[in-house]
Design a protein around this ligand. Structure first.
Ligand SMILES: C[S@@+](CC[C@H](N)C(=O)[O-])C[C@H]1O[C@@H](n2cnc3c(N)ncnc32)[C@H](O)[C@@H]1O
Length: 224
């Protein structure tokens, strides 16, 4: 499967997974703001897709939010949604990959990325780029999950659908799905990126029947 198909499949799955469940983005954004406590300024949503996280961040703040994703079609949709919400002055879209961010050093007051690092061709290189563009003292939160206060019943149902979806693809896909969401993988990526001070929170993809299903896995770090 080429990279574009992989991304389109990803968006399609996201829509189906959320059907008739509460919107996940306000919950994830609440976690991001609670942990990162970012200064108002320039915030980056990396691997933004059509802007679920980035638009919610813009709505919740007076910051300018840059949505970065290699999928120009998804960015176009995000830009239309931003215009519809009257946020077009503070939401910018940039077609690019994590591994080569077209932003100067030290410009970002926050970098977040949900559900995207699993698809990067070179995760350590993407993390080095995130660190490079962060302002000193600013934080990054990179990973995936549904938000700590997302209702328990919905977290379990979302996670059940997600596991079923991946299991039905092929046996290798499910093993890979779990491997990239394992805390050891996240630690390896962070170390390979040269990060010395970081935290990995959560246990990644777990059995949907568990009470912590859907809490996901996040890498958090601060620019020194
Ligand atoms: C599952 S979607 C997540 C979208 C959005 N962040 C969300 O939470 O709904 C994964 C996104 O990562 C993007 N992506 C894939 N490879 C990437 C890369 N190398 N750098 C940045 N984004 C990438 C895809 O285009 C896709 O939009």
């Amino acid at each position: 499967m080429n990279r574009l198909n992989k991304r389109q499949g990803c968006r399609h799955a996201q829509r189906e997974l959320q059907e008739r469940l509460p919107d996940i983005y306000p919950y994830v954004v609440a976690d991001i703001l609670r942990y990162c406590k970012p200064d108002k300024g320039l915030w980056v949503d990396l691997g933004s897709g059509d802007g679920g996280i980035g638009l919610e961040l813009a709505r919740e703040s007076g910051s300018t939010v840059v949505l970065i994703d290699p999928n120009a079609e998804a960015l176009g949709k995000a830009a239309r949604k931003a215009a519809g919400a009257g946020l077009e002055c503070r939401v910018l879209t940039v077609a690019s990959c994590a591994e080569a961010l077209p932003l100067p050093d030290g410009i970002a007051d926050l970098v977040v990325s949900r559900g995207s690092i699993f698809f990067w061709d070179d995760s350590p290189e993407g993390l080095r780029e995130v660190y490079r563009i962060l302002r000193r003292g600013a934080r990054a939160m990179i990973g995936g999950g549904l938000g700590q206060d997302y209702p328990q019943w919905a977290r379990q149902e979302f996670t059940r659908r997600r596991h079923e979806d991946v299991r039905n693809r092929d046996p290798g896909a499910y093993a890979e799905f779990k491997r990239v969401r394992h805390s050891d993988t996240f630690k390896r990526w962070a170390q390979a990126a040269g990060l010395s001070d970081f935290t990995v929170v959560g246990e990644g993809a777990r059995n949907p029947a568990r009470a912590d299903a859907g809490l996901g896995i996040w890498l958090r770090f601060t620019k020194e």
